[in-house]
Design a binder for this molecule. Structure first.
Ligand SMILES: [Zn+2]
Length: 313
């Protein structure tokens, strides 16, 4: 056997070992190329980029304005998923139209992680109308989101131990920024009188936000935008707004605003004027390259918009 043939045989054995070794490091040369990662929503992609730094190349399937509840994978998405080193997704029925595709990736041997798996189930909200599923919008409780960031860190460390120190340091810095922003959101929320702390939006994305920062929330559509709002839903919400004397309601960048406009009209018919307090980011982030195109920026934008919308200042 020539040296070249022996080397080829050895390489094949190493690759075979790597392929069989589902739980351990990925066979990639740390000097050669970053891990190829596919994430579903922008918030997850952003966390992976922040923790992964130069060690990762991340593609987010869903960009600005895209609704994950309704999103379906394209052919090119499937090609990307199949060739990824790892796929990160929410997993709590957020990607409702993609669950089958994402589960099939696991069957094909593509490594994937539901980033919410590390959250204690007792900390998840399980609204009765969501039929036994947990509310997926965990990024609006910044404390819960640090658990997700830690899970992403652990996955990267396991797959790419050569860069473990970098991933740990990046995660620590990012979590510190999230914790500081958590304090900011609390402080801003606390400037609002209890009587006006009501957040009315297009769909029920803000239950974790409500729980952590002390708001009453109402979404026209349910936890998922898969369910359409009825005329009765519009009237119920208009009654809530006029009874409570709410000044402003909010549109979401990833949900068409007709529903919210109908609620505003219905409140007007009841003799109560309510305005659009602004656009906030629920399930999608803002445009790339803007502050709102990153998780920390979208959260800051939301609380600032909510406070100024509700107070009119
Ligand atoms: Zn949603």
């Amino acid at each position: 056997m020539t040296a070249r043939a022996r080397l080829a045989g050895l390489t094949a054995a190493v690759l075979l070992l790597a392929a069989c070794n589902g739980g351990a490091a990925v066979s990639h040369d740390a000097e050669e190329r970053p891990l190829h990662i596919v994430a579903t929503i922008g918030q997850i992609a952003d966390a992976v980029r922040r923790v992964g730094g130069d060690g990762v190349q991340v593609h987010a399937l869903m960009g600005p304005g895209v609704d994950p509840h309704l999103y379906r994978a394209s052919e090119s998405d499937i090609t990307r998923l199949e060739s990824a080193d790892v796929v990160f997704w929410n997993g709590l029925h957020l990607e409702a139209g993609m669950t089958g595709v994402l589960e099939r990736m696991q069957d094909l041997g593509v490594r994937s992680l539901r980033v919410t798996d590390g959250i204690d189930r007792a900390q998840l909200l399980a609204p009765p109308e969501f039929e036994g599923a947990y509310d997926p919008h965990v990024w609006f409780d910044l404390d819960l989101w640090t658990v997700v960031v830690a899970s992403i860190r652990d996955a990267l460390v396991e797959m790419d131990p050569d860069r473990a120190a970098t991933y740990r340091a990046n995660a620590e810095a990012y979590i510190a920024e999230i914790e500081a922003l958590d304090v900011y959101v609390k402080t801003q929320a606390d400037t609002l009188d209890a009587g006006i702390r009501a957040l009315v939006t297009a769909h029920d994305a803000f239950n974790y936000f409500a729980q952590r920062y002390g708001f009453e929330v109402r979404g026209l559509q349910g936890i998922s935008t898969e369910s359409e709002a009825s005329t009765a839903d519009v009237q119920d919400l208009a009654r809530f707004i006029s009874d409570r004397g709410i000044r402003a309601v909010f549109i979401e960048s990833s949900v068409p605003d007709q529903g919210v406009q109908a609620v505003i009209e219905a409140a007007g018919a009841r003799g109560h004027t309510v305005v659009v307090g602004g656009e906030i980011y629920s399930d999608a982030m803002g445009a790339e390259g803007t502050p709102e195109g990153a998780y920390l920026g979208m959260i800051r934008h939301n609380i600032d918009t909510i406070v100024s919308g509700l107070t009119g200042e």
